[in-house]
Design a protein around this ligand. Sequence first.
Ligand code: CP
Length: 305
Amino acid sequence: MSSRNKNSLIHFSNLNSTDIYSIFDTARQFSLVPQIDLIAKNKGRTAALVFFESSTRTRMSFESACARLGIYPMLFDIKSGSSLEKGESFEDTILNIAAMQPDLMVIRSGNNLDQLSIAADFEIPILSAGWGVKAHPTQALLDIYTLNEKWNGIVHGKKLLILGDVMHSRVAASHFELAKILNYEVAICGPHHFVDKAAQAAGVQVFSDLKSGLDWCDAVMALRVQNERHQDSFDMSHYSEHFGLNENTKKWIKPDCVIMHPGPINHGVEMDAVVISDSRSVILKQVTHGVYVRQALINQLLGGS
Ligand code: CP
């Protein structure tokens, strides 16, 4: 989070555990009761949702969260035709959207846009919807909201194994931060070239074989192998054999372990249908919870009770 804009969410530096559990409480209320009074209060408010990279879950759940709060979502989608095609820069695009005076701005971008500087430059709340390999704070929050619900409010001391392409994962980067605030343990597992640098940077435990990682954890989150960010192609079948969650490796997942994936899933690579549909899987619950958590965050950043 930018130190000059305390109403933004990029990293978690301005949030403590009380703030986060308060967001979770609000999200839980939003999951139970439609917010008729907030819809009336927010009438006329707008949120700019600026997506310079593709998205399904994050984009649509922010749209849904805005709609449920009575805030009009103004969507900028990189694929939908814009003056980027005429050579306008990302920075100028942001400046011009901000000049339309939305009440908040949500941004998904690559590493090349400095989301922290943008947050520092504007008074309105800036929420990261994913920033290159650096951060995906709302994904980490919705993951932990999901586990918090599953574990009846006790996340402290629990063990989350993040499995796979950690070096390209902004989700993992945000969990490394969030775990320090909420006191859950994170370890990583995967081939050396996916985990070694990340383990060094984050100072987390590494499991180089899947069975011991699954033996250790209370929840396992498989990550998408991000082919678009790899310099060299690699052998997917080898990856799937050693680190995929599938018919062969499912037997190592403990009976009460929670199975997660932030999506989108490479079927047959990091996870197979037999695991996705397992009763321990909360993958679609994560998506549902993403709406409530983003709704609660937006409400709080706009000063709602
Ligand atoms: N989890 C996630 O960020 O998915 P999208 O890329 O579809 O938004």
